[in-house]
Design a protein around this ligand. Structure first.
Ligand SMILES: [Ca+2]
Length: 379
């Protein structure tokens, strides 16, 4: 009885929270390369057909989004862009630990999809936050003490949530399916062999676990687009490491070494990039639930940023997928993540290329073209 009461109280408190908040700080100096228009790129360029309303679902590009969605975070806007595109079918959203613990991210995603009135999108719970227990210990015992005040640690700044095996009110997945994020990714990649794009908006925990479980997954996935790493610019969590890689360095490294058709969008591409004034006011007159959400999104973020520009992160990854023409500079490189327990833990490094382990690394995106891609979606 006592146990049930505790579980009910916990669930109530979780649902009573609108979303957990997070606003990573990125303050590294901007470095700009000479722009070079990409003529060849692994992501298929959109065709005229893609820009029209596609009635036939079979013609749409299939995506799964893996997200650590927090309140008014970049993940939510990036998801809005994908859901708005007539050329894209979102097969499902999977939750992962990062800005918040998976369990919270899952609740946030379900709630967000209700708010923007896309409740039919399947949501699948990611690998339990318990898996990060050792990572959390290292942060608390070693890293935290050496940190500057105000450094952003996302979910690692909070204790692990209590285990809820069978939450009252049924499964946590909106589809009513008990399928975990890992099994969902494996199953969909197998069903639509070579056609599914997985977009990683957070740490790579779920994909790494899925690759361990199904060795054929690397061949079944069409492509993976990943937000993470900092190569020529400093990190945004430690001086060395970018947040998504720092949070789960082992998973990021496993994904980079798996021989996947992978495109990486490191901090280099988004450093110093922000939405302009026109964009922050663009949704003011919007009538649809998604536009109303985005209007509030810019209001909330502007308020929280206290006049500082609103940075672009995961929106750029969604933009790259929707319109690869926004890429100004990219290179094929072999990237690894530092796994030694040192001040460099989670940092990304270029390593000598090995066959089959090269990634497409995006170094610069065209902010104006990204803005235009968004305007087109909501025209
Ligand atoms: Ca994210």
């Amino acid at each position: 009885m006592q146990g049930l009461r505790i579980i009910s109280a916990l669930l109530l408190s979780v649902f009573a929270m609108p979303f957990m908040t997070a606003d990573p700080i990125g303050s590294a100096p901007q470095r700009i390369e000479t722009p070079r228009i990409m003529s060849q790129f692994v992501i298929p360029a959109p065709t005229e057909k893609n820009n029209r309303q596609l009635d036939n679902d079979q013609q749409k590009r299939l995506v799964i989004v893996d997200s650590d969605l927090a309140n008014w975070g970049d993940d939510s806007m990036a998801l809005c862009m994908l859901l708005r595109s007539p050329a894209v079918r979102v097969l499902g959203v999977t939750s992962t630990s990062g800005n918040v613990w998976t369990e919270q991210a899952n609740v946030n995603i379900l709630r967000f999809l209700q708010v923007i009135q896309h409740p039919a999108i399947a949501v699948h719970a990611g690998v339990s936050s318990e898996l990060h227990a050792e990572r959390l210990r290292y942060y608390e015992q070693v890293e935290k003490g050496s940190w500057a005040r105000g450094s952003y640690a996302g979910a690692l700044a909070h204790p692990l949530p209590p285990l809820i095996e069978n939450p009252p009110g049924g499964p946590r997945n909106s589809s009513g399916s008990e399928l975990s994020a890992v099994d969902f990714i494996i199953e969909q990649a197998r069903r639509y062999r070579g056609q599914v794009t997985l977009l990683l908006f957070g740490p790579a925990t779920n994909l790494a676990a899925a690759l361990r479980k199904d060795p054929r997954l690397a061949r079944n996935l069409g492509q993976v687009l990943m937000s993470g790493g900092a190569l020529r610019v400093p990190g945004n969590t430690t001086k060395m490491a970018e947040f998504n890689f720092w949070f789960d360095p082992e998973s990021a490294n496993a994904v980079l070494r798996a021989g996947l058709p992978l495109t990486l969008l490191p901090l280099d591409a988004t450093e110093g990039k922000s939405f302009d004034e026109e964009m922050t006011r663009f949704f003011e007159k919007g009538q649809s639930p998604i536009e109303k959400y985005l209007n509030q999104y810019f209001e909330q973020r502007s308020e929280r940023r206290k006049g500082r520009p609103i940075p672009i992160w995961d929106e750029a990854l969604a933009g790259v997928f929707l319109n690869p023409r926004i890429i100004l500079s990219a290179k094929r490189e072999s990237i690894r993540v530092v796994l030694d327990h040192s001040p460099h833990y989670g940092a990304s490094r270029r390593s000598p290329a090995k066959r089959g382990r090269l990634q497409q690394v995006i170094y610069q995106v065209d902010t104006k073209a990204l803005h235009n891609t968004i305007y087109q979606l909501f025209r």
